[in-house]
Design a protein. Structure first.
Length: 99
């Protein structure tokens, strides 16, 4: 039996991934924003001295979502929930000032 030749591409940046997936620049920016929020949420959860249950109580976010974020599985977690989780850990979020 002859093996089928596989064609694949490797993306090294969010922009390259977006291009491969046919995403708009806006969609790429949103994808990167959510990835950055997820990374920050995981870091803040792990560095806080709070339990998952404490973060659930403080954030109002379902335990399943907080646990998913802690374990790096945030596909089903929206950006607003990530922000609530980050805030519940005591971290302060700052937005860039307009020029």
């Amino acid at each position: 039996m002859k093996k089928a030749k596989r064609n694949y591409s490797i993306a090294k940046t969010p922009k390259e991934l977006g291009s491969l997936l046919g995403l708009s620049d806006t969609d790429v920016a949103l994808m990167k924003f959510k990835a950055d929020l997820t990374s920050l949420a995981v870091k803040k959860i792990n560095s806080s001295k709070l339990t998952v249950n404490e973060i659930v109580k403080l954030s109002g976010v379902a335990r399943s979502k907080v646990s998913a974020v802690k374990n790096g599985a945030s596909v089903s977690v929206t950006s607003d929930l990530l922000i609530k989780i980050i805030a519940a850990t005591g971290a302060e979020l700052q937005t860039p000032r307009a020029a």
